[in-house]
Design a protein around this ligand. Structure first.
Ligand code: HEC
Ligand SMILES: [Cu+2]
Length: 350
């Protein structure tokens, strides 16, 4: 759908949608400002069906107004009975065939797009990430790469990245609106899709299926970097020394406390496949704490002292010894120093 459609596509979101979303749009969170192949495809379909709907609306309105004006009861015509058109073959044919054509105009490109977006012919040679949806966080396992991450998914710009998705508990839905459509993430079966982002940037992801009290806080980010930066990130992540002793005393304390307070039972650092809780490798470069808070030490301390106040129903609450403020602060110091890659969200221009 190029040509005049392409031009319209530029004007449409700017005008109509800017008005519609004024004030509520976060950059890189809108399906109306597509920055990826799947989102572009959806946008084309949105525009197409909107045009069809406007066309139908206008025709109906014109006929409606004509009928009101032309066929009003006029003075001296009290007994006038208009010409009866019941059973008129031409009329019946016209108002059956036109809607069928309109439905086809919408259906054919929609079905074609559905197949196009399910195309996995490049999967053999491409990067596959196994995505696990958990109440209320996301885990990413880079297949065959020995890389585990949570909450922030790094991918290269301009390349198709294939996702194999399951849930560990209930049904979730994986949605990065600016890059592609949503896909259910089920406990029983694996669903697949691909992401193809056009531009570098940090894109917001959401869980789009009500999954419990923390559902609306089940955010994540897709960090799109250049292919060269991505290769660097992969190399850095494959060479993490998970046991490295921190430089300063407070962080050393924090590391010891992290190991003593059963944190390690749920959280891995490095490429261990343990994913009861989020993998904390490279935590100091995260875009958020717990998917929703600004990545500051203060917020991390708040999380460690009372996760329930921040994310109701999360699976960490109550499963570790209550920490003193000082202990939480030391652990936070340690975790914030876990910067395992030189490629960060800033590399993506954020
Ligand atoms: C019973 C398992 C469990 C234990 C024990 C546990 N956590 Fe967690 N932790 C989780 C889960 C699950 C989450 C994800 C919560 C959510 O976002 O819904 C989490 C989230 C976190 C996060 C935010 C991670 C992110 O990706 O932003 C940090 C940091 C964290 N935990 C640190 C700790 C520390 C430090 C300890 C020990 C004092 C600890 N956890 C003990 C399960 C656990
Ligand atoms: Cu969810």
């Amino acid at each position: 759908m190029k040509g005049w459609m392409g031009n319209f596509k530029k004007i449409f979101p700017l005008g109509f949608v800017a008005l519609l979303l004024a004030g509520c749009g976060k950059e890189n969170l809108s399906a109306f400002i597509p920055k990826g192949y799947g989102a572009e495809t959806s946008m084309d379909l949105i525009i197409l069906s909107t045009i069809v709907m406007i066309f139908v609306f206008l025709i109906v309105m014109i006929v409606f107004v004509l009928a009101l004006v032309r066929f009003r009861k006029k003075k001296g015509q009290d007994d006038y009975i208009p010409k009866q058109v019941e059973g008129n073959k031409t009329l019946e044919t016209v108002w059956t065939v036109i809607p069928i054509i309109l439905v086809l105009v919408i259906a054919v490109p929609t079905v074609a797009a559905t197949y196009d977006l399910a195309d996995e012919s490049g999967k053999q040679d491409g990067l596959t990430i196994e995505v696990t949806g958990n109440q209320y966080w996301w885990h990413f396992n880079y297949k065959g790469q020995e890389i585990q991450t949570s909450q922030d998914m790094y991918i290269p710009a301009g390349e198709r990245v294939y996702l194999d998705m399951v849930a560990s508990d209930v049904i979730h839905s994986f949605w990065v609106p600016a890059i592609s459509g949503k896909m259910d993430v089920n406990p029983e079966n694996e669903n697949t899709m691909f992401l193809e982002a056009e531009e570098e940037g940090v894109y917001w992801g959401k869980c789009a299926e009500l999954c419990g009290p923390g559902h609306s806080l089940m955010d994540f980010k897709v960090v799109v970097v250049s292919p060269e930066e991505f290769d660097q990130w992969v190399e850095d992540m494959q060479n993490v020394n998970a046991d490295a002793e921190p430089q300063d005393a407070v962080a050393q304390d924090g590391k010891a406390l992290f190991e003593e307070n059963s944190c390690v039972a749920c959280h891995a650092i490095g490429s261990s496949p343990n994913n009861v809780g989020p993998n904390l490798t490279n935590f100091g470069n995260r875009t958020t704490v717990a998917g929703i808070l600004e990545p500051t030490k203060e917020n991390l301390v708040d999380w460690l002292l009372d996760p329930e106040a921040i994310k109701p129903g999360n699976k960490m609450t109550g499963n570790y010894p209550q920490l003193s403020e000082e202990e939480a602060s030391s652990i936070a110091e340690y975790l914030m120093q876990l910067e395992h890659s030189e490629i960060t969200p800033e590399s993506a221009g954020n």
